[in-house]
Design a protein around this ligand. Structure first.
Ligand SMILES: Cc1cc2nc3c(=O)[nH]c(=O)nc-3n(C[C@H](O)[C@H](O)[C@H](O)COP(=O)(O)OP(=O)(O)OC[C@H]3O[C@@H](n4cnc5c(N)ncnc54)[C@H](O)[C@@H]3O)c2cc1C
Length: 594
């Protein structure tokens, strides 16, 4: 059999690879995806799809089934600390603390204002089949499960790979202009000598977590509505676990659950021991449950020393791996390939040189670093909470019970203990309300034209997202248009429409310039004005409040809805200025705009 030629080869059919396939299809980029397993993940793993991921799914028409199958924030918008679900002891069955998180409860309005869609919960074993179905539909016959990359070489102008079909052992040679390594870091990076570097700070390296995936009916005892329920166990530190709903229905009707034991907890992996431990943690000695899987995984805090090696681009867990606290892992991977897809399309179309792909690393690696560091730092906050309720590691075993009981004491001293602990619990918002980590990151260097403006102020706990049109940031979302045609500002750029230029009501000159620039640089730029008398009404003045330009200014937005460039006001040479900006974004020489 001859060599199969494809523009892009995606290795790995996890959440990141399957998302890449969908995005590339939408951009019209031919590709082949190979996944060594016969089917998608059987294990739930990631379950929180943050607001940025959901708006990316919405942009690519992938949100419908996620919304249909997933849990809305109303069903997971709290973080809760309990002692147990059952038990007869004095402190059993108590709610120690709960707070809103992940866009739920009191946070809902703030999150709803920030994006066209809210976060959702859909675990990976339910999400991946959705992504796979869409990927197969958009790229028929070219999403190959049961196919493994067994060897590859970068030959300068292309990557040549050997793909083995699991059922037959047959090897096919594939030649691709580019390879996306979405293999979780298992194959490609290591073969290239990419080093996964441990970042300082946080919990990492030596810690092993045991995770139990089980089925049970807990409708009679379950406190619904939480993203995660932490159990604070006064009797045994190794039973301070957390429990998460995995669907397929939500709340009291949930059937599948994941329980994470604390790092390095001594848990035997035989079924009987794990089942006994689960019952101990929950305080439900008679719980009828079916154990589905027990996994052991290492808490890491690693970042690839490079995201690009020649024609290979690393994404998802192949580029960054960290503790799941905050849920930035899968979300970060999906956002990596969203950044990459439009750039690959521009390069393969000939609109931009190969150098545009260098901006992938320049933009996404700092975000990867920040996510790894943040996840590690907030994860260690669990220790502060244990200390705050008298369950810290220095408390002698015999004092744990009394110290913890003192937390519930009705005396003024007990009230003081609870008030003090409540302040510490509240700082957990760095993990559960990290809206600014999810939406506020920016690309300081890359396919953007910085304008020298300082970034907006960031809160130390990253809990407040501040919209801005400063180049490199995510475009602020605002509903525009009238009732008959209401759109998000995020609905204008994308795979089908390319770049978009958002001009003020008096920015017609920018729109005229955009048409000339688009032609000159062979890119698509849709140009619209927003405001009074313009193509889109600025209903409620939302756009004027965040655009940070005058009515004569304009904002150029990339297909991934990040701001590429902006002009605060008008210009005497709009085509020249805009053309220069586009040339810098694409990495091509500026062309005369005569
Ligand atoms: C317990 C747990 C909970 C988590 N919770 C969250 C959360 O709430 N939110 C979040 O965002 N993240 C979470 N994560 C992290 C998340 O699961 C990972 O970040 C995510 O799975 C990474 O996706 P990926 O596609 O990059 O890699 P993977 O899911 O690892 O997929 C890589 C795929 O590549 C395939 N592959 C490897 N080598 C080859 C080859 N040579 N040929 C063909 N195929 C190959 C593998 O079979 C695999 O299917 C959690 C992780 C764990 C362990």
């Amino acid at each position: 059999m001859g060599t199969v030629e494809v523009p892009v080869l995606i290795v790995g059919g996890g959440g990141c690879g399957l998302s890449a396939s969908n995005f590339l299809s939408d951009h019209g980029v031919g590709h082949l995806l190979v996944e060594r397993h016969p089917d998608t993940s059987e294990i739930p793993k990631a379950h929180y799809l943050n607001q940025r991921t959901m708006e990316i799914f919405r942009q690519h028409g992938l949100d419908g089934e996620v919304v249909g199958q997933g849990a809305p924030v109303e069903m997971f918008g709290k973080v809760r600390w309990l002692t147990s679900l059952g038990g007869e002891g004095a402190v059993d069955g108590r709610v120690v603390y709960e707070m809103d998180g992940f866009g739920g409860g009191s946070l809902r309005d703030r999150y709803a204002a920030a994006g066209p869609i809210l976060p959702y919960r859909l675990p990976q074993h339910r999400l991946e089949p959705v992504l796979r179905r869409h990927a197969e539909k958009r790229n028929p016959g070219r999403v190959l499960f049961g196919h493994e990359l067994v060897a590859f070489s970068d030959e300068g102008d292309r990557v040549v790979a050997e793909i083995r079909e699991a059922g037959t052992g047959r090897i096919t040679t594939v030649a691709a202009r580019y390879l996306i390594a979405a293999d979780g870091g298992r194959t490609v990076g290591a073969a290239l000598g990419v080093e996964m570097r441990y970042l300082p700070g946080g919990l990492a390296g030596s810690q092993q977590v045991t995770t139990a995936f089980f089925t049970a009916d807990m409708s009679a005892v379950w406190h619904e509505g939480a993203h995660i329920t932490h159990f604070l166990n006064p009797y045994d530190p190794h039973l301070s676990c957390n429990l998460i709903e995995m669907g397929p229905r939500w709340g009291k009707e949930c059937e599948e659950w994941v329980l994470h034991f604390p790092p390095n907890a001594p848990v035997q992996s035989d079924e009987e021991s794990v089942v006994a431990k689960i019952r101990d943690v929950l305080g439900l000695p008679d719980l009828d449950l079916t154990l589905r899987h027990v996994t052991r995984w290492t808490v890491e805090a690693v970042l690839a020393d490079r995201y690009r090696d020649g024609r290979v681009l690393l994404a998802g867990d192949a580029a960054h791996r960290h503790i799941p606290t905050v849920g930035l892992g899968l979300n970060g991977g999906i956002q990596d390939v969203h950044n990459l897809a439009w750039k690959l399309a521009a390069v393969l179309d000939g609109a931009a040189p190969d150098g545009l792909l260098d901006t992938y690393e320049a933009e996404r690696r700092p975000v990867g670093r920040s996510n790894v560091e943040w996840a590690g730092s907030v994860a260690s906050h669990h220790q502060s909470i244990l200390n705050a309720v008298g369950l810290g590691p220095r408390v002698p075993a015999e004092r744990r019970g009394p110290m913890f009981a003192a937390h519930f004491d009705p005396s003024p001293l007990g009230a003081a203990r609870r008030a003090r602990a409540a302040e510490i619990f509240r700082t957990h918002r760095g993990a559960s309300e990290a809206h600014d980590m999810e939406l506020g990151f920016a690309y300081e260097e890359g396919a953007v034209v910085p304008d020298g403006a300082p970034p907006p102020r960031r809160e130390p706990l990253r809990d407040v997202y501040r919209p801005t049109t400063r180049p490199g940031h995510r475009l602020p979302h605002v509903w525009i248009g009238d009732d008959g045609r209401r759109l998000s500002t995020h609905d204008l750029a994308g795979a089908a429409t390319g770049f978009v230029l958002l001009a003020g009501p008096d920015g017609a000159a920018w729109c005229e310039a955009a048409a000339r620039v688009a032609e000159r640089y062979s890119v698509t730029i849709r140009a619209v004005r927003i405001g009074d008398g313009a193509e889109f009404a600025d209903t409620g003045g939302g756009w004027a409040a965040v655009r940070e330009t005058t009515g004569e200014g304009a904002v150029l937005v990339r297909p991934d809805n990040h701001v590429a460039w902006r002009s605060i006001g008008g210009s005497e040479d709009p085509a020249g200025v805009l053309g220069h900006a586009v040339s810098r974004v694409l990495g091509v020489d500026a062309r005369p705009m005569a």
